[in-house]
Ligand binder design. Structure first.
Ligand SMILES: C[S@@+](CC[C@H](N)C(=O)[O-])C[C@H]1O[C@@H](n2cnc3c(N)ncnc32)[C@H](O)[C@@H]1O
Length: 349
């Protein structure tokens, strides 16, 4: 029997991480509508997916009737995460940025044609929020079964930490092919072979060749080294780990992502000893290490965006880091889609 492609609605589409994950999952599906309010994210999305209908709209304004007529079989959503992070004060459902997601849940309750499959991505911390409890109540009312996960790309062989919350849901009578639990799983269920990679690839696999002048542009300035050296996370080409890149990467130092030591002959410990012995008055010893930021293309690679993904030339590097910091790991979502959400989706018993 011939199937027509599943109709996917991509909410909070940003630069299209969910769309790329869907493509790489091999699921026969087509994004029939994507929604985001952010003009620069939409500019990037449009240039990479020129044929996908993208609506520059506030999701709070989408009506049940409008969503109903789109007849979405799959909802993919990555709602704003600031309400659930420490920096965002964990205001949860009291934060206005959660309103659009609460609105979508209300729409879901009222839809006659409900999506058979749902995937939601958010930050770690969402799983203990009142918003998550409300989401579960709505899913139960609508007769979905669900499974939550807390997973990071290093579990998938990618040398980048990005612990994230995922919820996958199937509309009854669709079922998962494993026993679901009411707590987030921190590894993939038994019997799903070949998913978690025992060994993590070194960073050199993700580092792009560049000229000295290109490298110079990415160097951490001496004044930043002088002030913040002790809180930098410094990695080398052979490291198998780097920190989560956030939207402030490149212009704010603390906890925003790792920097790379380009001078592999330099001794990091010695350089630090010199810097500390000198009373932190000179960053010369650290400058010699040639510490640089990862380029936005390298960050995109670590997030598993495909090589064809490009930023239009008028998107500044600050915007690029910002948009990537808001995005997601394409590989992790892709595995969740093809190994779990759509695995045996036709089985109803
Ligand atoms: C966590 S990011 C999602 C990023 C996306 N998955 C990607 O790969 O780039 C959240 C996105 O939601 C968008 N957003 C936030 N509130 C919105 C609203 N009320 N209506 C539409 N989009 C909204 C933001 O502009 C942002 O792009």
């Amino acid at each position: 029997m011939e199937h027509s492609p599943l109709r996917v609605l991509e909410f909070y589409s940003g630069i299209g991480g969910l769309h790329y994950a869907l493509m790489s999952s091999g699921v026969e599906a087509s994004v029939v509508a994507a929604f985001d309010i952010n003009t620069s994210a939409n500019h990037v999305y449009r240039s990479n997916f020129p044929r996908t209908p993208l609506c520059q709209r506030n999701i709070c304004g989408l009506t049940v009737e409008y969503i109903e007529q789109l007849r979405g079989d799959v909802f993919l959503m990555s709602p704003p995460c600031q309400p659930f992070t420490r920096q965002g004060n964990k205001a949860d459902d009291k934060d206005n940025r959660t309103n659009s997601f609460l609105h979508l849940l209300d729409v879901l309750l009222k839809l006659v044609h409900k999506p058979g499959h749902v995937l939601i991505e958010n930050v770690q911390g969402f799983e203990v929020s009142a918003t998550r409890d409300h989401l579960i109540t709505v899913l139960m009312k609508c007769r979905y079964t669900y499974q939550e996960f807390l997973l990071t790309p290093t579990q998938f062989g990618i040398p980048n930490s990005r612990m994230r919350y995922y919820l996958l849901a199937k509309l009854t009578p669709l079922k998962f092919h494993f026993t679901t639990t009411d707590k987030p799983m921190t590894i993939l269920p038994d019997g799903i072979d070949g998913i978690t990679e025992p060994c993590v690839a070194p960073l050199c696999n993700f580092i792009q060749p560049m000229s000295c002048s290109e490298e110079d542009k990415l160097l951490v300035p001496p004044e930043v080294l002088l002030r913040y050296a002790s809180i930098l996370d410094i990695v080398q080409e052979d490291s198998t780990q780097c920190c989560c890149f956030t939207k402030a990467y490149g212009h704010y130092v603390e906890g925003t992502g790792s920097v790379l030591q380009c001078n592999s002959d330099g001794n990091l410990e010695e350089a630090f000893r010199e810097y500390l012995l000198g009373g932190k008055k000179s960053a010369d010893s650290l400058v010699k290490l040639r510490l640089r930021y990862f380029s936005s293309a390298e960050v995109a690679g670590l997030l598993w965006f495909p090589a064809q993904f490009q930023f239009p030339c008028n998107v500044t590097s600050k915007q690029q880091y910002r948009l990537l910091g808001n995005s997601l790991n394409v590989h992790v979502v892709s595995v969740l889609l093809y190994r779990i959400l759509f695995n045996d989706c036709d089985k109803t018993t």
